[in-house]
Design a protein around this ligand. Structure first.
Ligand SMILES: Nc1nc2c(ncn2[C@@H]2O[C@H](COP(=O)(O)OP(=O)(O)OP(=O)(O)O)[C@@H](O)[C@H]2O)c(=O)[nH]1
Length: 248
C-alpha cells in the first residue's frame, strides 16, 4: 500500500517487495522460466517440465499410496493432415489438440507436449477408474471437435487420437522410465488395434461403464470456465459420452 500525503488517502497500488527497480527483472525471470518449461507452439509444458513433475508425483504416490496415472496421447495419421493441408494447418491442429486436452483434464493435471504429435498428461492422485474415464473423455472430445482449416473457412479436419494409460500405485510400482514405457506400450497397442481408442493393462477385467450420475459429476469436475477460448477449436460440449464402446 502507498500513502498519498496530498489528501491523506490510502491507495492500494501494489508495490514490489524488493523495490520498484527490481520488478522488471522479476517479470523477465518469470517469462524466461515460462519459456524454459513450455512448448512455444501449444503453450503446454515441455518434456523438461514433464520429467520433473512426474518425478515429484511418483514420490508423492510413494508417500501417500494414492496412485498417479500417466496418459500418452498420439494423434492418428497426423502425417496425412500435414501432407494434405500443409504444415501450418498441421500446427493449427496441434494447438487445437492442446486446447482440447487442457479443457478435458483438471487444473492440477500436468498437460505436456511430449514430441511432434504426441502429448502426455500426468494425472496426480488418480485411481484407475477415473483415469480411464478421463482418457475416454479426451478421446471423444478430440473426435467430436471442429478443427477448422483457417479462421474464414467452414472446412473442417477430422482428428482422432490413440491413448495409452499406465499407473504408479500400490498394486504396481514403477520407475519413471518404466511408467512412460508402459503407457507408450498401450498407446502402441491402441494404434495396432485400429486407432481412436484407449488401451491399458487388464482392459477386459476393468471395462468401465459409467452411470448418468457419474457423467454429470465428471462434467462438473472438468468444465473449466477459465479455459482459453481458441477460435479454431470447438471442444464439442454436447459430445455424447459412450464409455462402453471403443472408437470406430
Ligand atoms: N505441422 C507439424 N507437423 C509435425 C510437427 N512435429 C512433427 N510433425 C509431423 O508429424 C508427423 C508424424 O507422422 P508419423 O510419425 O508417421 O505418425 P502419424 O502419421 O500420426 O501415424 P500414426 O501415429 O501411426 O497414426 C510427421 O509428418 C511429422 O513431420 C510439428 O510441430 N508441426
Amino acid at each position: 500500500m502507498a500513502s498519498d500525503t496530498a489528501n491523506n488517502a490510502v491507495t492500494t497500488t501494489p508495490v514490489c517487495p524488493l523495490g520498484e527497480a527490481q520488478c522488471p527483472v522479476i517479470d523477465e525471470v518469470m517469462q524466461l522460466r515460462q519459456q524454459v518449461l513450455t512448448d512455444p507452439l501449444t503453450g503446454l509444458y515441455n518434456v523438461r517440465h514433464f520429467t520433473a513433475a512426474l518425478e515429484q508425483e511418483l514420490e508423492r504416490t510413494e508417500r501417500t499410496g494414492i496412485a498417479t496415472a500417466l496418459m500418452m496421447i498420439d494423434l492418428d495419421h497426423f502425417k496425412r493432415i500435414n501432407d494434405q493441408w500443409g504444415h501450418e494447418v498441421g500446427n493449427r491442429v496441434l494447438r487445437g489438440t492442446a486446447a482440447c486436452i487442457r479443457e478435458n483434464t483438471r487444473r492440477l493435471d500436468v498437460q505436456c507436449r511430449y514430441g511432434g504429435e504426441e502429448f502426455a498428461v500426468i494425472l496426480p492422485s488418480t485411481e484407475r477408474r477415473l483415469a480411464i474415464q478421463v482418457a475416454e473423455r479426451v478421446r471423444l472430445a478430440l473426435q467430436d471437435a471442429m478443427f477448422y482449416v483457417d479462421d474464414d473457412s467452414d472446412q473442417t479436419i477430422d482428428v482422432t487420437a490413440s491413448i495409452g494409460i499406465a499407473w504408479h500405485g500400490m498394486d504396481q510400482w514403477h520407475s519413471q522410465q518404466s511408467l512412460v514405457e508402459e503407457a507408450d506400450q498401450y498407446l502402441y497397442q491402441a494404434k495396432q488395434q485400429g486407432r481412436n481408442r484407449v488401451c491399458y493393462a487388464d482392459q477386459d477385467a476393468h471395462a468401465v461403464t459409467v452411470s448418468q450420475g457419474e457423467k454429470a459429476l465428471l462434467h462438473d469436475l472438468f468444465v473449466d470456465e477459465d479455459s482459453p477460448d481458441d477460435a479454431s477449436f470447438d471442444a464439442g460440449d454436447e459430445a455424447e459420452w459412450d464409455f462402453d464402446g471403443q472408437g470406430s
